[in-house]
Design a protein around this ligand. Structure first.
Ligand SMILES: NC(=O)c1ccc[n+]([C@@H]2O[C@H](COP(=O)([O-])OP(=O)(O)OC[C@H]3O[C@@H](n4cnc5c(N)ncnc54)[C@H](O)[C@@H]3O)[C@@H](O)[C@H]2O)c1
Length: 449
């Protein structure tokens, strides 16, 4: 299945029928493709005027996506699947209240998504389930001829990253991870500035997921039912994609550069134990759980072009929220939390400029167009914008903003960090999921409406 690295783009398209390039989903090469990356052309699928969606996992985050999709033109949720009947009932009520036909319901247990994928006529299977189900659902969708999208992280092991890539190539279907932080207002503004060259050549970036989830992890509902359990199993960065997604676009990962290797270390595991001792009754089984997840995990990634990335995970300690979001180049940098920038030769030397003071000049075009529609949607509106882009691209038959290779490269740090932590921080290589195609792929376009 490997693609020789010296194949150029033209050769690549010519051998479109060969297994290695099975990812060419109904290849279209035309003038309008000029605005698209090499992957863009390769991943364009035939347009779907009305996108029929099967939604799996309509809990906290999935419920938000259902509400978004009901407002986005050109799609219908025609089937819903959840292990909890009250959630499928909620989805039916919400969808019919929006004036759309009642969806088919699948709630006969944790593998009922398979029956949905096998029996329903769907264009897209989109899931927001606990992490262990993401890959099985996507594989079932693709095997049954459906495009597929998942919540983050797409996969928890490197093997599962490969399984996604291989299935997308084999079945020639979109398989994308919906990284909403790529669409946040400030991340998009920083991306816009990077692409305009404001910060010069980008050399270093930092991101993370620093979010006190202790209370949520101990609830007897929602994420409390599954997320804490991962802290008993793995020590590493369990949730790298929010921090890495936006900076990977700035660094042109998979489109001119790629993540090469990673080193990772975790500190002690204290936060969940302390929370359980303080908040759970003495006889609670939760007090007997043994956590291995270090409260602060720090990983460094080196890219093939020699750039550096720091990515952190910290969800078990008291602290304000941050995704860090630093992109640093030869002429300045953007830094999040609080959002600010420094551009050499502009403003006062050595002084930050508030990002809001730069918004009039550098606001990303998508936010200029969609801010009003997105208002009130999940996570400050970014979830609406990502769903909007997903449906729009499917309807128009253009490339999606993210490919299966992005899903794999951004999720792989879960497995790689676990391995590096276990080996005293030794460097662990990223697989080249693109099999050399990252070299010739043009950067992601600026992305417009
Ligand atoms: N992008 C973001 O900002 C963001 C925010 C929150 C959660 N998430 C992601 O969304 C996913 C879900 O998280 P959540 O907070 O909505 O959790 P949740 O527990 O609220 O929702 C999960 C839903 O999936 C259902 N479910 C569980 N197993 C299932 C199965 N086998 N088949 C069908 N349904 C099943 C549950 O009943 C529940 O309704 C996770 O991957 C999480 O990481 C992303």
């Amino acid at each position: 299945m490997s693609t020789p690295p010296d194949l150029n783009r033209r050769d690549f398209l010519k051998i479109g029928g060969v297994a290695a390039v099975g990812a060419t989903v109904g290849v279209r090469v035309d003038a309008s493709a000029a605005d698209q990356s090499a992957y863009g052309v390769a991943f364009a699928a035939p347009p779907i005027p009305l996108v029929r969606i099967g939604y799996v996992g309509v809990g906290g985050q999935g419920g938000g996506h259902v509400n978004n999709l009901l407002k986005i033109p050109g799609c219908r949720i025609t089937a819903v699947c959840d292990v909890r009947e009250e959630r499928t009932a909620w989805a039916v009520k919400t969808i019919t209240a929006a004036g759309q036909p009642a969806p088919a319901v699948y709630n006969r247990g944790p593998r009922d998504f398979e029956r949905m994928c096998e029996t329903e006529d769907l264009d897209l299977v989109y899931n927001a389930t606990p992490w262990e189900f993401h890959v099985p659902i996507m594989l079932s969708a693709m095997k049954n001829g459906k495009h597929t999208a998942t919540e983050v992280p797409a996969a928890m092991t490197v093997d599962d990253c490969w399984a996604m890539v291989e299935a997308a190539e084999k079945y020639r279907r979109h398989c994308v991870m919906m990284e909403n932080c790529n669409y946040d207002r400030m991340e998009m503004m920083a991306y816009n500035m990077v692409r305009q060259g404001v910060f010069g050549e980008i050399l270093h970036a930092e991101g993370g997921y620093l979010h006190d989830l202790r209370e949520i992890k101990f609830e007897n509902r929602g994420e409390g039912l599954w997320r804490r359990a991962w802290a008993e199993k793995l020590d590493g960065n369990l949730y790298p994609t929010h921090g890495l997604g936006p900076i990977a676009n700035c660094l042109t990962i998979n489109r001119g550069d790629r993540f090469d290797y990673l080193v990772s270390m975790s500190g002690p595991s204290r936060g969940l134990q302390a929370w359980a001792a303080e908040h759970e009754p003495a006889d609670s089984p939760k007090r007997r759980e043994k956590y291995v997840l270090g409260d602060v995990n720090t990983s460094l990634i080196k890219t093939a072009n020699g750039k550096t990335v720091m990515v952190q995970h910290c969800t078990n300690l008291p602290r304000p929220y941050s995704r860090i979001n630093i992109v640093q180049g030869t002429k300045g940098l953007f830094e999040g939390y609080p959002n600010r920038a420094y551009i050499e030769g502009r403003g006062r030397a050595h002084q930050w400029v508030n990002a809001t003071d730069l918004q009039a000049e550098f606001e990303h075009p998508l936010w200029k167009e969609l801010a009003e529609q997105a208002a009130g949607a999940g996570h400050g509106g970014m979830d609406y914008i990502e769903d909007y882009r997903l449906i729009k691209c499917l309807r128009e038959g253009t490339a999606l903003d993210m490919t299966v290779y992005d899903a794999a490269a951004l999720s792989a740090p879960v497995g790689l960090s676990v391995e590096s932590v276990a080996k005293r921080g030794r460097p662990i290589d990223f697989p080249d999921f693109t099999r050399g195609r990252w070299r010739d792929a043009a950067p992601l376009p600026i992305v417009r409406m």
